[in-house]
Design a protein around this ligand. Structure first.
Ligand code: SAH
Length: 272
């Protein structure tokens, strides 16, 4: 995506485009001069999309119509190519709010995975903030960076560190630490050393046994307070003229969000 793409409604080279056919089937493409979109509906040349406005209807070589839009962040993330589990839009909003990810914040994240959460963090910290993402599996990094670069106007404020965050966190005075990996209790001491006072630790864990183990580790380290765990249940609804009811299917479970604040240990009162 070029720098103006999230502001301008005109499609240009490099933009990500969401095409939706008459039946609601979705395709995400990356606009490249001279490329062609192929599907069972026929073809559309990318050149004919460049210069059009989002929200427009396009016609395939077989005369079938498709709606063209720039995907919202949630729409883009939902369809990104992945080699790992990703954090879904259902949880991303809550993570940004409960983790209090603010414009200008310095955020340490692990693991990078497919880059879905990283995209949301980068957008929330904005150009004046920064995200430092640790990833132990080197082979994942290039793919994740491609996913991120395709959507973000700039990744100048993203640093990727290939390595094991359980071994330590190099950054100090960090505002927020966001962990989406299996054993966050391994990092509790490093997190406490790296977070600034008042900073927020947020973890995303699929099972409550992991949450319990993390809770024990946080309790043992006197530098954490306000430990809190929540999960997000989102129930989609079917709304049409003759029927208004919950959808038959919903996402039953993804993960638990746990937060904690970095504080000073309690001082023993000085006896007089
Ligand atoms: N949040 C990511 C998905 C993360 S999946 C997204 O939304 O796309 C968990 C990732 O953590 C995996 O890529 C895994 O390789 C990485 N990981 C696991 N243990 C790690 C460690 N000790 N240090 C750094 N990364 C780790």
């Amino acid at each position: 995506m070029n720098n103006d793409s999230q502001i301008s409604s005109i499609f240009s080279e490099g933009d990500v485009v969401l095409l939706i056919d008459r039946r609601g089937k979705r395709y995400v493409i990356n606009l490249r001069t001279s490329d062609t979109f192929h599907s069972h509906m026929g073809t559309i040349s990318h050149d004919s999309i460049i210069g059009e406005q989002e929200g427009s209807w396009l016609y395939t070589s077989r005369g079938l119509r498709v709606l063209a839009l720039k995907p919202t962040m949630a729409e883009y993330i939902q369809d990104i190519p992945r080699k790992t589990q990703i954090v879904y839009p259902k949880d991303l909003g809550a993570i940004l709010l409960l983790g209090d990810i603010f414009p200008g914040a310095t955020v340490v994240e692990a693991g990078l995975g497919s880059g879905a959460l990283t995209i949301a963090l980068l957008r929330a910290v904005g150009p004046t903030g920064q995200v430092i993402a640790y990833e132990i599996r080197e082979e994942l990094v290039e793919k994740a960076l491609t996913n991120i670069k395709t959507y973000m106007p700039s990744i100048a404020n993203l640093t990727v560190k290939k390595g094991d965050i359980y071994e330590g966190i190099e950054e100090n005075q960090v505002d927020r630490i966001v962990l989406d990996l299996p054993e966050p209790w391994e990092t509790v001491a490093h997190v406490a050393d790296s977070l600034r006072l008042g900073g927020v630790l947020l973890t995303f864990l699929p099972t409550i046994l992991q949450v319990h183990r993390l809770g024990e580790a946080l309790q043992t380290d006197a530098r954490f307070q306000l430990v809190n765990t929540e999960e997000v249940l989102m129930r989609p609804w079917h709304v049409s003229p003759n029927s208004v009811r919950p959808e038959h299917r919903m996402i039953g479970h993804t993960g638990f969000i746990t937060t904690a604040r970095r504080c000073n240990p309690v001082k023993k009162p000085v006896s007089s």
